[in-house]
Design a protein around this ligand. Sequence first.
Ligand SMILES: [Zn+2]
Ligand SMILES: [Zn+2]
Length: 205
Amino acid sequence: MDRKQQILEIIREKKEVTVKELAHIFKVSEMTIYRDVRQLEKEGEIIRKHVSLVLNTEENIANLNLKACPVCNKPITRSHPYRIIVENTKVVEACCEHCGLMLHQRYADKDVSALTFDFITEKPVSALDAYYVVGSSAVPCCSPSVIPFVNKEDAEKFQKGFGGKVLNFVDAYNEIVNRTNVNIKSCCETPQLVSFKLSQLKKEE
Ligand SMILES: [Zn+2]
Ligand SMILES: [Zn+2]
């Protein structure tokens, strides 16, 4: 039985399991497990329930009681979705960093801060300080994918495995908004061309 099948067996048995636990069980890196998990997600075998993996069943989907992403309308399945704090009060969340960057356009003239979470460690980081792997072959949510890391080295490691470009916030923003303007078939709505100033973003404390 290959590792993917074994992972599926473990999820069937334990009902839910995290990537970290699987890496520990198989004595391989979380990146390696993530490759298998990504395949299983693509094949429709499993879904993510916050940090855990569960079987893709109607019951599991219903129990999640998920909010819809304001950009693409997909259910938000991450425990720590991309988060924009508008005028220090209103919090809006997006299904992933791709939609998060798109969502910034709606608040281009507002005072906002934004929070993202390292793809592997789930450590919180100000979206402005994170590094993003854009357009890799790993597409956990919307395409082209934007995958956040706290450290540039981790982003580069991920890029070696999955391709794409390592970009800072501003470059990732430009990449996603420009690319999406060209490719209207993207999952997301056509962006309104609002200008975006970095000075309008406040850093997360
Ligand atoms: Zn979305
Ligand atoms: Zn998404």
